[in-house]
Structure formats: structure tokens, C-alpha cells
Design a binder for this molecule. Structure first.
Ligand SMILES: [Zn+2]
Ligand SMILES: [Zn+2]
Length: 225
């Protein structure tokens, strides 16, 4: 399982960042970061829409990652539970683990564009939607039977969604894709997040309600002048 280790995830994020590609953790790894029990069959990131091709190029050059053989030869095709699947992906060599990239338009279209400030992530400069994977003030510790929680290694190189933003993204994606033939990921995950994270008190429902609230936005503008 060394290929799924936190330093490995951090090294992928760092390589994308070095190429000036902002990236935000998504998928199974984001769930376990928030303490939600999940198998991890993929390492996924969200990138700006216009940097998808550049991102794929970077992934293809990384040691230990191999291009997708395509079509029915793709080892993770049948295991795909996502709605929608990543736009591009590669594979961890000699394993079924997939490393995927999603364009922002697919999952985070309701947030401002991912910009250059995420390329060199610093806790103090992150906007209120994001958290560093190393931030133990926001993320849960490791607990038996639960997702692994806050990164113990390399987390300061990995930008992740805060829990309420992740839930918002899942709900919006689910609402948008309702009626599509592959619906498993959204519904079960939303139930999971609510069940596990909300009970823990890590889910900031107040922030969630006010994510796109115009009153709050006006107040933030007023208080920043
Ligand atoms: Zn593949
Ligand atoms: Zn509000």
C-alpha cells in the first residue's frame, strides 16, 4: 500500500504545483481525510478546466505512474463508482489504483476559479473553502474504524476542500446528475458524510448554509474595508 501513502499523494500535488497547476484533493482520499470510512481505489484532484491536458502530461511523466491502456484494458474501469468519472486519469504501476483529474467545471463550478495562490499553498493565505491536509485544527485525528484523518506526513503540500464544501459539491453534483445511470457515489456518500462527520461535530453546517449567501458576502465586503 506504499503507493497510496500520504507522501505519495503529496508528491503528486507538489509535482502539479511545480508546473503551476493548482490542484485540490477530491474523491476517496478526500473522504478518508475527513474521517469517513472508505476504501481508497483512487487518488483524485480537481484542477482548472484549461489545465487538464497539462496536468495529464505531468502525471504521465511521474515515476510510478503509467498511462491508461484505454477501453476494456483499463484496470479500474469496472470499479468506477464516481458520478461523473475523472476527465483524465493514469494508473499507479502494477496496481488497480487510479490517479484522476477533474476539471473544476465538473465538481466545483460554484466556487471562484482555482487560481495561482493555490500553487504554493500556505495556511494563512487559503480562502475559506480550503484547508491544508496537515491542519489538525480542522481535520479529525486517526480513529479506529474510521477514515485516516489528518495527514501525518506531507499534508502541507496538499490543498483539500473543507468538509461543508465537499458536502455541497457532492449534493450539487448529485442533484445535477440525478437520473443518470450511475448514481451510487453521490447518494451513499452524502449519507455517509452526514452520518459520520456531522455526529462528530466536524461539519460546519452554519458555514454550509451561508456558502453562497448574498447577505454574508455583503457583510464580508463591508468588514474588509
Ligand atoms: Zn484507465
Ligand atoms: Zn449568510
Amino acid at each position: 500500500m506504499i503507493r497510496l501513502s500520504e507522501p505519495f499523494v503529496a508528491s503528486i500535488a507538489h509535482s502539479l504545483n511545480l508546473a503551476q497547476i493548482p490542484c485540490v484533493l477530491w474523491g476517496h482520499y478526500l473522504l478518508v481525510l475527513h474521517g469517513i470510512p472508505s476504501g481508497v481505489g483512487s487518488i483524485d484532484f480537481i484542477v482548472p478546466d484549461d489545465l487538464l491536458a497539462d496536468g495529464l502530461k505531468i502525471l504521465s511523466q511521474l515515476k510510478g505512474l503509467a498511462p491508461c491502456p484505454g477501453g476494456k484494458h483499463c484496470p479500474s474501469r469496472s470499479a468506477d463508482r464516481y458520478t461523473p468519472p475523472p476527465a483524465v486519469h493514469v494508473h499507479v504501476e502494477a496496481s488497480e489504483v487510479r490517479v484522476g483529474l477533474y476539471p473544476q467545471a465538473d465538481v466545483l463550478w460554484f466556487l471562484p476559479p482555482l487560481d495561482g495562490s493555490l500553487v504554493c499553498p500556505k495556511k494563512s493565505q487559503l480562502s475559506r473553502y480550503f484547508v491544508l491536509a496537515s491542519d489538525d485544527n480542522v481535520l479529525p485525528p486517526w480513529r479506529p474504524g474510521r477514515g485516516s484523518g489528518v495527514f501525518k506526513e506531507g499534508g502541507d503540500k496538499v490543498v483539500a476542500l473543507k468538509c461543508h464544501v465537499m458536502l455541497e459539491a457532492l449534493m450539487r453534483t448529485y442533484a445535477r446528475d440525478e437520473g443518470a445511470s450511475v448514481g451510487g457515489f453521490g447518494a451513499s456518500t452524502i449519507v455517509y458524510v452526514e452520518k459520520f462527520v456531522d455526529n462528530d461535530g466536524f461539519l460546519d453546517l452554519k458555514s454550509m448554509k451561508h456558502l453562497n449567501c448574498t447577505t454574508c458576502a455583503a457583510q464580508r465586503v463591508a468588514s474588509s474595508v
